[in-house]
Design a protein around this ligand. Structure first.
Ligand SMILES: [Zn+2]
Ligand SMILES: [Zn+2]
Length: 389
């Protein structure tokens, strides 16, 4: 596609903006500088601004013509608490913080689209540009929804976009159905009776019980869940005892991990089955057990018609280079909370080759500025097509 000239003309500005955001990463709910830049650029472009949803969230609204339809476009603004190791002119100036997931790029793309559409106004209806805080596990989308996002800004459809290494920068992936998994956390605490390591018979050993629990944990996915339904259960943390006290059996063992699924049914099943195993092992060893399962993020399941519209916009921009059967990721994205309130589609934008250091959450990661044109043009095409003047 020949990109609109105004998008082309704005590219140097957008590239500089993206690199400035990269150099000044902020963690979830702390995006004061970033949201300030977003709000002032939207305001300068002539959009109506609302600030404060989810703390640092910003919504810019652009209305044209008498179209009744309203759509929401989401960008996330937060960075991660990790150091940036790669040397680049716009390397993070904030120690221990970095844009390792490319949200600096997402913010830039959506601002680019808002700037373009505010000048051309070639659509009829309402667009809500939603800049959310705290996507990286801190609950920004949920907070915006709880603060009344969809009461203030009702949407007939919502769209999210994420960069994806492994696709070229002029490539996109738009796929109906499951794209991201639910992301829940669980903890199991085995409470025994601590004793001398030489006299285990005088106590109740929670460490041996933990071993049985951990070896049986993978039977949930292997034996309990329908083999045609994807699911992940991982133990990611074990805390017990002290390496300086190798003759002491501790009182308790705390185990924690994550559970992922693409349907409510499997999500419920994982919650039940982890608990059943933990309680069963506790009975076997005559010890007590505590269990928590915390529902964090629902799965992102792309709605059929919203996905069709997103795919059409992607085809307008990328031609034949649109992947329509992109495999779901077992990662999560709290865009899911927006998609619970309106039919939603979540799309992937290529970020170039997936080589060492070029994968999400790596200390050398960087959003690829070559993808800015494609990303801005996608948002523009989506709005102009869905809200046709
Ligand atoms: Zn991330
Ligand atoms: Zn991300």
């Amino acid at each position: 596609m020949h990109l609109p000239d105004l998008v082309q003309a704005d590219l140097p500005f957008l590239r500089a903006l993206r690199q400035d955001l990269h150099a000044h990463p902020e963690l979830g709910f702390e995006e004061e500088r970033t949201s300030g830049i977003v709000a002032s650029l939207l305001e300068e472009a002539g959009l109506a601004i609302h600030r404060g949803l989810g703390g640092t969230g910003v919504v810019g609204t652009l209305q044209c013509g008498d179209g009744k339809r309203a759509i929401g476009l989401r960008a996330d603004m937060d960075a991660l608490a990790m150091p940036e190791t790669a040397e680049r002119p716009y390397k993070s100036k904030m120690p221990g913080k970095m844009h390792a997931c490319g949200h600096d790029g997402h913010t830039t793309l959506l601002l680019g689209a808002a700037r373009y559409l505010a000048r051309t106004r070639n659509f009829s209806g309402k667009v809500h540009f939603i800049f959310q805080p705290a996507e990286e596990g801190r609950g920004g989308a949920k907070k915006m929804v709880e603060d009344g996002l969809f009461g203030l800004f009702p949407c007939d459809a919502v769209y999210g976009l994420h960069n994806m290494p492994g696709l070229a920068t002029d490539e996109m992936a738009v796929t109906a159905g499951p794209q991201l998994a639910s992301s829940d956390t669980w903890t199991v605490t085995f409470n025994g009776i601590g004793t001398h390591g030489a006299k285990p018979h005088l106590g109740k050993d929670p460490i041996t019980a933990s071993g049985y629990f951990l070896t049986s944990l993978q039977t949930i996915v292997g034996r309990a869940v329908d083999p045609l339904q994807p699911a992940v259960v991982s133990a990611c943390s074990i805390q017990a005892g002290d390496p300086r006290a190798l003759n002491v059996i501790p009182d308790s063992v705390e185990i924690g991990g994550t559970a992922r699924a693409y349907s409510d049914h499997v999500r419920d099943q994982l919650e039940r089955e982890i608990e059943r195993l933990a309680r069963g092992v506790a009975v076997m060893f005559g010890i007590d057990v505590g269990y928590t399962f915390r529902r964090r993020i629902p799965p992102v399941v792309n709605h059929t018609t919203a996905t069709e519209r997103a795919a059409m916009a992607a085809q307008t921009v990328c031609g034949a280079k649109v992947v329509t059967n992109f495999p779901p990721s077992t990662a999560g994205d709290d865009f899911a909370f927006f998609a619970e309130n309106a039919p939603g589609a979540y799309v992937w934008l290529g970020n170039g080759p997936a080589v060492d250091g070029a994968l999400h959450h790596n200390t050398a990661y960087d959003f690829n500025d070559e993808a800015i044109e494609t990303g801005v043009a996608f948002w523009v095409a989506l709005v102009e097509q869905e809200l046709r003047a």
